[in-house]
Design a protein around this ligand. Structure first.
Ligand code: NAD
Length: 484
């Protein structure tokens, strides 16, 4: 039987692509193809942007509360289809089903937060800036915006931006990752049922040609990008050249610091999910561990033992704690990093290379892998691996760890476990990453706080969601007036 072909959603219709380049979508647990997707063209992009542009004048005049009502309806529809979205997500992405549910919940929370548009988008006024002269700042929508998404959070990431863009009166184009197009397609079926005016939200599938079509299109006002740092840099540069607003969130190399006074047994479950959740394919994965003081050996031993108890397998099964990585190619890449760690002299405490799951011999599995005695200059301590591979760095004190944190190429997130408030304050004050956890694993800000890092983890000024996102999606028109 032929595999289903994923379609684009343009102007309120499901349409085929103009492209003849077809890619495969895989079930990473089974190592089987489950769908096909056309890698769209600049023509597909143009159709979507023209639809969004045509929808803009009417949509921007729709009162904010009326726009928000679409989101209220959407929230209810998402709740009704919650489990099915999560299962579609796990099927093509491979993360454990409970993590998929967590992702869908975070997606919905952005819809909920965006419904506060009437307060979040309000402008401001100051009377008598000079005698008889008043000044107003009006937040106005700008036109068509777009998001370019990564593969690791197929449901949530586009919704870090989309609800805020449209509720503030813009129209929108989504470009999902070509590796996981099914989840957002299912989500757009629900969007379609809710019945937004045609052209307000659109989706074009594909790869680089779609991205370049968006970057080159003169009618796109701004781009939100989430993905790897090399692509983020490219997007940032190209948006500069074409005069678009841009927020480009990139990769990460996050460090978890554990002081000897930390409550290790309480911390252990969150450490395991920080390092091995989504098989380490998260910009908020722990990647390096820095245990300090006289309990360092005990911490490492407990961590290795806990990692050994993880159940690897079919991520749709409730008791499976870790599924596969996204693809055969990515598995090879992760295995390459493990070889590199061994070659550079790190001590391999737990080896995930030969991870076989009986029923699924073709799955893209890599088991939890832990290296000890890693030095800050080793490849596995500097590059983003994006797999279930942990590098333990033995530092002498907190200052040395903070030095390691602040000399990584990335500055996305970091966290510390301690009972000592002064140490915790020093850490949160001095580390460069923008997202900091204290006695919490690498933690994701909720929809009402901004999401994004610093350094090579983020290019642009305005982060994802939070309150500031309304600045990205609006132009503040300042009106200075005097009446005689
Ligand atoms: P990626 O950069 O390969 O792809 C992201 C998007 O860019 C995809 O839609 C892809 O089609 C497109 N793309 C890829 N290469 C391109 C190119 N050369 N030209 C134009 N477009 C291109 O990233 P990925 O592998 O899908 O996702 C994993 C990366 O995303 C990791 O580095 C991870 O840390 C990062 N990420 C960051 C955050 C964050 O908030 N900072 C969140 C999730 C993922």
């Amino acid at each position: 039987m032929p595999l289903p072909m994923i379609k684009n959603y343009i102007d309120g219709e499901w349409v085929g692509s103009t492209s003849t380049t077809i890619g495969d979508v895989w079930n990473p647990v089974r190592g089987e193809k489950i769908a096909t997707v056309a890698y769209g063209t600049a023509d597909d992009v143009n159709m979507a942007v023209q639809a969004a542009k045509a929808a803009f004048p009417e949509w921007r005049m729709t009162p904010p509360l009326a726009r928000a009502r679409y989101l209220f309806r959407l929230k209810e529809a998402f709740e009704e289809n919650f489990e099915e979205i999560a299962r579609t997500l796990t099927t093509e992405q491979g993360k454990a089903i409970d993590e998929a549910r967590g992702e869908v919940r975070r997606m919905i929370e952005n819809v909920e937060h965006a419904t506060g548009v009437t307060t979040l988008m309000c402008g401001y006024t100051l009377e008598d800036i000079a005698k008889g002269i008043d000044c107003h700042g009006h937040r106005q929508p700008m036109g068509v915006f777009a998001v370019i998404a990564p593969y690791n959070f197929p449901a949530m990431v586009p919704w870090w931006f989309l609800p805020y863009a449209i509720v503030s009166g813009n129209t929108y184009v989504v470009k999902p990752s070509e590796q996981v197009p099914m989840t957002q397609t299912r989500i757009f079926e629900i969007v379609d049922e809710v019945g937004f005016p045609e052209g307000v939200v659109n989706m074009v599938h594909g790869s680089r040609d779609v991205v370049n079509g968006l970057l080159d299109h003169p009618d796109i006002e701004g781009i939100s990008f989430v993905g790897s740092t090399p692509t983020a840099k490219y997007i940032y540069r190209r948006c500069g050249e074409t005069g678009k607003r841009v927020q480009a969130l990139g990769g990460a190399k996050n460090i978890v610091t554990i002081m000897s006074d930390a409550n290790i047994d309480q911390a252990m479950p969150s450490l395991i999910t920080s390092y091995f959740g989504c098989s380490g394919q998260r910009c908020l994965s722990g990647s390096i561990m820095a245990p300090l003081g006289d309990k360092a050996d005990e911490i490492v031993e407990k961590f290795v033992n806990a990692a050994k108890t993880m159940k690897i397998g079919n991520s749709l099964e409730e008791d499976v704690s870790m599924g596969p990585v996204i693809s055969a190619a990515h598995r090879e890449r992760v295995l390459g990093y493990i070889e590199k760690g061994i070659a550079e002299g790190a001590t391999l405490l737990l080896d995930g290379r030969d991870c076989m799951v009986g029923e699924y011999p073709n799955g893209f599995f890599v088991g939890p892998t832990i290296f000890d005695n890693v030095t800050p200059d080793m490849t596995i301590a500097t590059e983003e691996i994006f797999g279930p591979v942990v590098s333990i760095i033995r530092a002498k004190d907190l200052d040395e760890v903070i030095g390691v944190v602040n000399t990584r190429n990335y500055a996305n997130a970091s966290c510390i476990y301690t009972q000592n408030g002064a140490m915790a304050r020093k850490y949160k004050y001095e580390v460069k990453p923008s997202m900091v956890g204290i006695n919490i694993g690498i933690a994701a800000p909720m929809s009402f706080f901004p999401f994004g890092g610093a350094g090579n983890s983020m290019f642009g000024d305005v982060k994802g969601h939070g309150q500031e996102i309304f600045q990205f999606f609006t132009d503040t028109k300042v009106v200075i007036e005097r009446w005689f």
